[in-house]
Ligand binder design. Structure first.
Ligand code: DGJ
Length: 736
């Protein structure tokens, strides 16, 4: 990081100066700024020891001025401590939506939190960790707020740790991760909803006074109807390159709740955390309760910059092997479903080789004997190879993959059980269900109780024994298709209200164990599509499955919206037979992220096969730019006929521009040049069309030279029309 040590020293000096300056005017206030490259969040300790957030926005050139930001206590009204609290406690002076609410050991419901101290730990050149300790003046109850700032990425993670030493258990009624405060004339929320095959549908509206809640109570597959990602623009909806906007998301793979409340003074309070629905949590004295991080980034340069912040943070710090590479693959779900045997798989392995991808991924249907997995009605839980389909076991398939020169991966759904399974008969107490009620299924299955350490062990060993049997196993697709109905854990006895929290913690314990032993094995996070795409889970995965909807037109929209929050390297995009578009279009769309295939290679025409075989080396050539480059959205499919985006490498010498026709009405297409972004104005570039279908001639003159300045101001027309529905361009600097 440039000048980081100067920044750090300066930062500490500022803390002292701010404290001193304010002593005269307002008696003992402490100002605590958290700065990243472009953003500052400023906390202030008021004379009464309340900790408030007084600023979140563009960082100031002179950090000494943070102390001049008006604090809430100066307003001289009766509401001190009610607005802008850095972590709003319930039951005392605060009457707005709380971040934390508790019932003390003596049954009292009031909480107040006062500043005790704070400290900053420098984790690396890029990362600082601020912790602020708060304590109730009456009860032996404390909360530590954490702010982990990633300077270069402009990203902050916030969470809290709650502890007490009361005489008896305290019940946590609400336990948010973060309580953020924004101040603007109006607030525009972009939120997402969905269902199976309908992930990431956006809605953008102006927030009104009162509370807007985004939440999930589904337990597992928690994002099925709504993910926790959202954006809030200040004053007017931010565009791609203009406006102030905050992107946020909870790093948690279970029930979440984000309340966006405009208070009577027109501040926006964003309170996000695990959902407290059915979850009052009994906390013993001396036990620490840690909430998951809420991650956010603020951009004063529109949504594009915010998304690049999150993407680079995810690659640098969150995803497994985010800076590494990925394998192209052929999956068999769309082509065979449950219907395959050794002979068919042997052909598919040859197809994998013929296609030229790195790996064959065997999907659902390979296991179960008493109850063979021939449909989604049976077998989940019995993770032994089906003897009829695979008489020589997985090891034989893996060996055959090896002799074809391709790698082998496998699908599992280890958290689940079908009532038609040996596991269900043997361990009914491991199954989440209401003992006295009729069972109710989602995709004919139930969820295993991961709050139970024995179940965690079982799930861990499913994965571990796959690797023990086949050490060359190179890839796991981890699916999770059911939500939790009739939530009840035999294991938790009287502590049922801890269930939703302990389930996810149990899942993470398993994933941590897997990662401790197999740190780098690529794993795809799937949940019947994108039912579990969140950074809590993604810290254990290399990629995610955005949706079972692989119709390429749909995928443009789905992948577009995911890309605001997640980097291209994490988005597993497979070419299938869904949709009406030609193969070239489908491949071009999958190239927006990590390319894969799920097609019947055998049925491809000569030209289609040749096109795919050529597309893979083409993709291999450009994938470093797509995976590690900066992404710029150029033309929005929701408002234009053509969707267009580009990726630019770090030194701006190479870029890839992807263009797709999304409106198929008469004479639609790219009528005007599209303005390119991210290039160096002073450099000269040539533009070449790549990934052409066999026999096709490009409409683009690849010898012409353009300056970056020209391309960003006048633009370039990729010539997308009804005859050229998708166009991939490689932009390379001209060496002088
Ligand atoms: C749902 C996944 O999203 C699909 O890709 C496939 O793996 C099926 N499950 C298998 O049951």
């Amino acid at each position: 990081m440039k000048n980081s040590s100067v920044f750090y020293k300066g930062w500490l000096a500022i803390l002292c100066i701010a404290g001193l300056l304010e002593t005269n005017a307002y008696a003992q206030t402490i100002t605590i700024p958290v700065e990243t490259a472009k953003t500052a969040i400023v906390l202030q300790v008021a004379p009464n020891k309340d900790v408030n957030t007084i600023y979140l926005g563009k960082k100031l050139s002179n950090p000494g001025e943070y102390g001049n930001i008006p604090g809430v206590y100066q307003q001289g009204n009766n509401y001190s401590g009610m607005y802008n609290s850095a972590y709003t406690p319930a039951g005392s002076r605060n009457l707005l939506e709380p971040a934390i609410a508790v019932t003390h050991a003596d049954g009292n419901n009031s909480l107040d939190l006062k500043y005790v101290n704070h400290s900053v730990t420098r984790v690396s050149d890029d990362i600082s960790l601020l912790s602020i300790k708060l304590k109730d003046p009456v009860y032996d109850f404390e909360v530590t707020l954490y702010y982990k700032s990633y300077y270069n990425e402009d990203v902050i993670e916030q969470w809290s740790v709650i502890e007490h030493h009361e005489k008896g258990d305290v019940v946590l009624q609400k336990f948010a991760s973060a309580n953020i405060n924004l101040n603007a004339g109006s607030y525009w929320l972009r939120q997402y909803h969905g269902d199976w095959a309908k992930e990431m549908r956006p809605e953008e509206t102006e927030l009104t006074h009162g509370i807007k809640t985004l939440d999930s109570k589904l337990g597992t597959r928690a994002d099925l109807f709504m993910p926790s990602v959202f954006m809030v623009s200040l004053n007017h909806p931010a565009t791609e390159d203009e406006g102030s906007v905050l992107f946020g998301s909870l790093e948690w793979s279970g029930n979440f709740k984000t309340d966006l409340e405009i208070d009577p003074q027109d501040n926006l309070r964003v309170i996000s955390g695990m959902n407290n629905y059915a979850s009052p949590y009994q906390l013993a004295a001396g036990q620490a309760f840690e909430t998951p991080p809420f991650v956010y980034t603020f951009s004063a340069e529109g949504k594009g910059k915010a998304s690049r912040n999150l993407q680079s943070w995810a690659r640098n710090y969150k995803l497994v092997d985010g800076k590494g590479t990925r394998m192209t693959l052929l999956n068999n779900w769309e082509s065979t479903n449950f219907d395959f045997n050794e002979t068919k798989l042997s052909e598919l392995l040859k197809d994998t080789k013929k296609l030229g991808v790195d790996l064959f991924l065997l999907d659902d249907g390979w296991f179960g004997n008493s109850y063979p997995r021939n449909s989604d009605h049976a077998g989940l839980g019995d993770w032994q190879e089906n003897r009829k389909k695979l008489p020589n076991g997985i090891a034989a398939i893996a060996r055959e993959a090896q002799s074809n020169g391709v790698k082998f991966g496998i699908w599992i759904e280890p958290e689940m059980v079908n009532p038609k399974s040996d596991l269900y008969a043997k361990h009914p107490d491991w199954v989440i269900k209401q003992q006295k009620r009729e069972e109710y299924y989602f995709r004919n299955q139930l969820v295993l109780d991961l709050s139970n350490a024995q179940v965690q062990d079982f799930v861990y060993h499913i994965v571990d024994s796959l690797f023990i049997k086949d050490p060359a196993l190179a890839y796991i697709k981890w699916d999770c298709n059911a939500v939790i109905y009739n939530a009840y854990s035999v294991h938790l006895h009287q502590n049922q209200s801890q269930f939703y929290v302990e389930y996810v913690r149990g899942l993470y314990k398993v994933l941590q164990r897997i990662r401790a032993k197999y740190p780098n094995v690529p794993m795809m996070l799937c949940s019947g599509g994108g039912g579990r795409v969140d950074y809590g889970a993604l810290q254990y995965f290399t990629e995610f499955w955005p949706s079972d909807n692989t119709d390429p037109i749909e995928r443009i929209f789905i992948q577009w919206e995911y890309s605001y929050f997640y980097p291209a390297i994490a988005s597993a995009n497979h070419v299938t037979d869904w949709g009406k578009q030609p193969l070239k279009f489908r491949v071009d769309v999958a190239m927006m992220g990590k390319l894969g295939f799920d097609i019947v290679v055998d049925k491809l025409s000569g030209n289609d096969l040749k096109f795919c075989q050529d597309a893979i080396p083409t993709y291999n050539n450009i994938k470093p730019i797509i995976w590690q480059g900066d992404q710029y959205r150029l033309s929005d499919p929701r408002t234009e006929s053509v969707a267009s985006l580009m990726y630019v490498n770090a030194d701006r010498s190479s870029a890839v521009m992807l263009n797709y026709l999304v409106n198929y009405r008469y004479d639609e297409g790219s009528k005007r040049p599209i303005l390119l972004k991210g290039l160096d104005s002073n450099k000269k570039y040539k533009i070449k069309e790549i990934n052409l279908y066999p026999g096709a001639k490009s409409a683009i003159n690849a010898t012409k030279v353009y300056s970056g300045d020209f391309l960003s101001k006048v633009g370039f027309n990729p010539v997308v029309n009804l005859d050229r529905t998708s166009v991939v361009l490689q932009i390379n600097v001209v060496k002088e």
